[in-house]
Design a protein around this ligand. Structure first.
Ligand code: DX5
Ligand code: ZN
Length: 228
């Protein structure tokens, strides 16, 4: 599984035109939709829930939807997101009382499961559950807001996470989230990431009403990825 995935975060999209925004970013070459769920409790911001995920599916979105739960507690809302059409469901270990149980719940609901690590959260949470994880998501900013700067220590952490994934022998995606731009995506991939969330870098890039308006930035990212 070395294929690179670009996952635009709709946090930076125009919410008044969300269906069209998602259509356009997929038509511009994105691989999956990163869906940031914030509860004004685990993180100091409030965003979107299962109704919006379901609305995107009803709108005709067939690409994988990568639901990043920044909520506490996390279990209650997982079946709702599975029913709403989530493909991946990832959560922060701090949001769950029973991490192994939450991973099992996500799988029971038919979705792929992932653990999310804040910049200061140790990877040790993987020690006993890596066999139940389909995605490891490293936050390269503190969660809650788009448009923050990439925290450089995330590169070293990516290397450590990649080593753990290799040792596990399992197919696990290694995703990075926060401050990903054309200028740093090459170094991030070289450190071991294969899945790249980008919000402001993609949705902030163009204003005109062209359905392919996000193509140039996504293409530029792919060129940097091809060069590593
Ligand atoms: C932050 C979110 C990110 C955010 C990334 O808590 O998890 O997905 O949208 O935004 P950028 O790419 O602008 O840093
Ligand atoms: Zn996210």
């Amino acid at each position: 599984m070395s294929e690179f995935f670009i996952a635009p975060s709709i946090l930076s999209a125009d919410f008044a035109r969300l269906g069209q925004e998602v259509d356009d970013v997929l038509a511009s070459g994105a691989d999956m939709v990163h869906f940031d769920v914030m509860d004004n409790h685990y993180v100091p911001n409030l965003t979107i829930g299962p109704l919006v995920c379901e609305a995107l599916r009803n709108h005709g979105v067939t690409a994988p939807i990568d639901v990043h739960l920044m909520v506490r507690p996390v279990d209650r809302i997982i079946p709702d997101f599975a029913a709403a059409g989530a493909s991946y469901i990832t959560f922060h270990p701090e949001g769950s009382e029973h991490i192994d149980r939450t991973l099992g719940l996500i799988h029971e609901q038919g979705c792929k499961a992932g653990l999310v690590f804040n910049p200061a959260t140790p990877l040790d949470y993987l020690d006993y559950v890596i066999d139940k994880v389909d995605m490891v998501l490293l936050m390269s900013v503190n969660p809650g807001f788009g448009g923050q700067s990439f925290i450089p220590s995330s590169l070293k952490k990516l290397e450590f996470a990649r080593q753990r994934i290799k040792q596990s022998g399992r197919e696990i995606r290694l995703e990075i989230d926060g401050g990903v731009k054309v200028d740093n995506i090459g170094a991030i991939a070289a450190a071991g990431a294969d899945t790249f969330v980008a919000g402001s870098a993609i949705f902030g890039a163009a204003q005109e009403a062209d359905p392919h308006r996000y193509e140039s930035v996504i293409q530029a990212m792919r060129e940097r990825l091809a060069a590593i």
